[in-house]
Design a protein around this ligand. Structure first.
Ligand SMILES: [Fe+2]
Length: 260
């Protein structure tokens, strides 16, 4: 039943979608610019859908092009549209800062603000497999990985268990975070929650990498085989970006900035 519903929602949307991302952004910017003259305070801080830093098919064969296009152009766009609605008329807040009190701000900010941050974070930590294979954890990060999990392989095993359907039931994310003791941990979050949101975990924790385990992230290629998707995903993880995230978090004890 869930599968039929997913496709029923996807197919008409795909068929009707034929405006290039760049053109759409122009339209949205023009619409926003026009609206600013009427309601300047809220729209002045409107969030944007960031471009992917690679082509839709760049992560093939591990993540397929149709999934990337639908995921970015439609799912992520919807989160951006809805967080802009949820924050309309309110003072502009950076998308990282918006996470902290997202639970108190209500479901619009929590779900769509979280969705915007999580996806913007996700796109930028991936890169084509030929480049990804040349990257690795920095020595500083590797020390933390070894201390927490024994080895990178040990971390991947624990990550696979934490991202499995039995651990993140339904839709959600799996993260490697820095906790309040500057140690690495693996945590799962439901829906579009993330560990930057106060109240989601026992304390605010700072993601350095995260994986979308919603069905929309993998269903076209992997169907119900989420563990296969989780295992393959490491092939497109850009450790250079994860190292950058780790350095930022260790220095600032704050959420990693994202585009958009
Ligand atoms: Fe997603």
């Amino acid at each position: 039943m869930i599968m039929k519903l997913s496709f029923a929602l996807l197919i008409p949307a795909v068929a009707s979608y034929n405006i290039p991302a760049a053109s759409r952004r122009e339209i949205l910017k023009k619409a926003s610019a026009a609206a600013i003259t009427v309601a300047a305070p809220g729209l002045a801080g409107a969030y944007d859908l960031p471009d992917l830093p690679y082509a839709f098919d760049a992560l093939e064969p591990w993540i397929d092009a149709p999934t990337m296009k639908i995921h970015h152009d439609m799912h992520h766009q919807t989160y951006v549209t809805n967080v802009n609605k949820a924050t309309e008329g309110k003072p502009a807040v950076d998308i990282v800062a918006l996470q902290t009190d997202a639970l108190a701000a209500g479901p619009g900010v929590r779900n769509s603000g979280g969705g915007h941050y999580n996806h913007a974070f996700f796109w930028d930590e991936m890169t084509p497999a030929d480049k990804a294979s040349k990257t690795k954890p920095s020595s500083a990060l590797q020390s933390k990985i070894n201390a927490a999990f024994g080895s990178t392989e040990g971390m991947k095993e624990k990550f696979a268990a934490a991202a499995a359907p039995g651990a993140v039931f339904g839709s959600g994310w799996c993260w490697v975070v820095v906790n309040g003791k500057d140690e690495l941990e693996i945590v799962g979050t439901p829906n579009q929650d993330n560990p930057l949101m106060k109240g989601v975990k026992d304390e605010i924790k700072y993601p350095i990498l995260g994986l979308d385990v919603w069905e929309h992230a993998y269903y076209l290629k992997y169907q119900n085989r989420r563990p296969e998707y989780v295992g393959n995903w490491w092939n497109v993880l850009n450790w250079d970006k994860v190292n950058e995230n780790f350095d930022y978090v260790m220095k600032n004890h704050a959420g990693v900035p994202v585009r958009g």
